[in-house]
Ligand binder design. Structure first.
Ligand SMILES: Nc1ncnc2c1ncn2[C@@H]1O[C@H](COP(=O)(O)OP(=O)(O)O)[C@@H](O)[C@H]1O
Ligand SMILES: [Mg+2]
Length: 271
């Protein structure tokens, strides 16, 4: 369980980035934090591994107050892939970069080898295992940044804007990774303003605005609240825009697939 209690965060320059944030995230949940630029998403995520500590209030990760733990301790439970994670590579090869954290945590050679191999194959980086991380393309670097976390396999995985700058194929891979992590019982928390991606994932959605949580609920509910989305400068998913225009023929605004909506329309036409 992750608990935020009346969390306020003020940056040293006086910017108040979190205001009275109260939040509980259970084990195995998939949560998307949405909101416009500057809403406070990254600041909130940085509280999950103690990189930032609340100015007021407290953050508990599985009962541990982040003020009483070191980033190293929290990192065993919480892995964060930052937006610019690929700028931080330091190893000579893709393999070494992926195994580094596992070595630090003291896993056995055998476990390290199996985990790194599985991860690199799954992330389609196996052929690059001996290549320098710095020689990879942008998309490959993103996949490596995620591999580093996947191999280390913490219980809570945090992804800051995972689809930013990704093409359609890479986004599909990202969706697959998140779904796999969820079936493994991991807690996945991501920030995004990619509404179509979140609409397809259908996680619990938390809306932020000006450092405050202004909406919290299943995607199916939050994504059809056009007023709430607009107040957060978010454009509703296309399928919601479409269904909300079909109310005059008795179809409710909903987060559905094009196939479902087509079927609904056919039924209305027939009857
Ligand atoms: N290192 C920092 N120092 C001062 N202000 C910051 C810093 N990082 C972010 N901010 C400010 O905090 C607010 C929230 O930023 P951030 O958490 O990055 O939002 P988001 O990730 O939703 O775009 C913004 O007003 C931003 O300008
Ligand atoms: Mg951000």
């Amino acid at each position: 369980m992750i608990v935020f209690e009346n969390v306020e965060y003020v940056y040293p320059n006086g910017v108040k980035a979190l205001r009275d944030v109260n939040l509980r995230i259970g084990e195995g949940e998939v949560v998307a934090i949405m909101g416009e630029n500057g809403a406070g998403k990254t600041t909130l995520l940085k509280h999950l591994n103690g990189l930032l500590k609340p100015t007021k209030g407290r953050v508990l990760i599985q009962g541990i107050d982040t003020k009483e733990a070191t980033v190293a301790e929290l990192s065993r439970k919480v892995g964060i892939v930052f937006q610019n994670a690929e700028e931080m590579f330091f190893s000579g090869s893709v393999w070494e970069e992926t195994e580094f954290a596992l070595r630090n945590f003291g896993f056995s050679e055998d476990v390290i080898r199996r985990r790194v191999e599985w991860t690199l194959r799954f992330m389609e980086l196996w052929n690059y295992k001996d290549k320098s991380p710095f020689m990879l393309s942008g998309g490959e670097k993103k996949r490596l940044a995620l591999s580093v976390i996947l191999a280390w396999s913490p219980e809570i995985i945090v992804l800051d804007e995972p689809t930013l700058g990704q093409d359609q194929l890479q986004k599909e891979k990202m969706m697959e990774v998140i779904k796999l992590l969820n079936t493994q019982g991991k807690t996945v928390i991501l920030s995004s303003h990619d509404i179509e991606f979140v609409a397809e994932l259908k996680p619990r959605v938390i809306l932020m605005k000006g450092g405050k949580i202004v909406g919290d609920g299943p995607a199916e509910k939050i994504m059809v609240d056009l007023e709430l989305l607009e107040s957060c400068s978010l454009i509703p998913p296309q399928m919601v825009q479409l269904t909300s225009r079909l109310e005059f023929i008795g179809i409710e605004a909903k987060l559905a697939s094009p196939e479902d909506i087509a079927r609904d329309i056919m039924e209305r036409i027939k009857s």
